[in-house]
Design a protein around this ligand. Structure first.
Ligand code: XMP
Length: 326
């Protein structure tokens, strides 16, 4: 039997009861595979790696070493949430690495979108590898591989964007959710007690805010992006749109336009609001957001985010426009 093929008669995990059964089965399975040895996991804070982390904490406790690399391109509050949930609430063995400066220094002056992805993916692997080499007695690498990763990209998690870890690290893989579809992973995550905001988190690209701060990333424009994105999320939440709109975020392009504030002319960035609905991310439509909500977001961004003088709503469906700007 091919271990990477979902059996045709496998029941879809749609209820708490089925999730509990799956979790119990995987706990037994992981304990059998790992014994008393140690497992390493790159915990991004995304749904898949978070569910794997919570599952493995249940199965093997502090034998699991989670490494969270903050690449400086996370959304506001995201790394803090990972630390709060996994270290403080679940008592997981979590190594937190703030590598923001290292990533942003490497990205300085890099304007091409694919080159940026390569820098971020490559640096991520390097930071993680350095950490892995510090730990001497780890035999396993856990991954949040899910079934679409196996079908679509030969088992490589999309967010890595570049290869994997060097072979000389000799890890055996632990992939407890590799036969599950995304909706099933969410049901399992909820059954494991992860908060709703984490389990139903909207998709977030591996390169993070890096592909929304278009062109060469600068720290000030990245700060404007992070703050405007936080305002957008807060106001969508307040308006009851979280969970109803599939993906939403802001983009801060690398050009300026003229503005005027307190009688003085200035030359500041625009913030673009991007919101889409889709089933499979291959095509997408733009939802009609209530004018009052858009106006409130605009007012808040213009008064709270330094360096911004204009707010736009992107009305373009996919295609021809992709969901992300880069
Ligand atoms: P596009 O922009 O291609 O996006 O319409 C489709 C979906 O994929 C996400 N996306 C990425 N995810 N690494 C990722 O892990 C990436 O480099 C990347 N680029 C786009 C995007 O957020 C959307 O959900």
């Amino acid at each position: 039997m091919n271990p990477n093929k979902r059996p045709e008669d496998m029941v879809r995990i749609t209820t708490r009861e089925l999730a509990d059964k799956f979790i119990a089965g995987q706990i037994a399975e992981v304990r059998k595979q790992v014994g008393s040895r140690k497992v390493l996991l790159a915990l991004s804070g995304g749904v898949d790696s978070s569910v794997v982390a919570a599952l493995l904490v249940k199965a093997i406790g502090r034998q699991l070493i989670c490494v969270h690399v903050n690449h400086g391109l996370m959304r506001k509050g995201e790394s803090e949430q990972v630390v709060e949930i996994f270290r403080n609430q679940l008592d997981a063995n979590l190594v937190y690495i703030d590598a923001s400066d290292r990533f942003l220094d490497k990205l300085a002056g890099v304007a091409d979108p694919e080159a940026k992805r390569k820098v971020i993916g490559g640096e991520f692997i390097r930071v993680f590898e350095e950490e892995a080499r510090k730990l001497t007695d780890v035999d396993f690498l856990a991954q949040g591989t899910i079934y679409p990763d196996i079908i679509e990209s030969k088992g490589v998690k999309a967010h890595h964007n570049v290869g994997g870890l060097p072979d000389d690290l000799h890890f055996e893989l632990v992939e407890p959710v590799k036969l599950l579809f995304k909706d099933e992973v969410r049901v399992v995550g909820a059954a494991l007690g992860l908060p709703d905001g984490m389990v139903n988190r909207q998709p977030f690209p591996g390169p993070g805010l890096g592909v929304r701060c278009t062109g060469a990333i600068t720290r000030d424009r990245l700060a404007a992006l992070r703050e405007s994105d936080a305002i957008l999320r807060e106001e969508f939440d307040r308006a009851g749109l979280t969970g109803k709109v599939w993906q939403f975020f802001t983009v801060v392009p690398d050009y300026r336009s003229t503005g005027v504030r307190d009688g003085k002319r200035l030359f500041d960035w625009p913030v673009v609001i991007r919101a889409v609905n889709t089933v499979d991310a291959m095509t997408a439509t733009v939802p009609e957001i209530d004018w009052a909500v858009l106006k409130k977001i605009t007012d808040r961004i213009l008064s709270e985010v330094p360096g911004v003088c204009r707010v736009l709503y992107d009305l373009s469906p996919k295609g021809p426009a992709t969901i992300e700007w880069e």
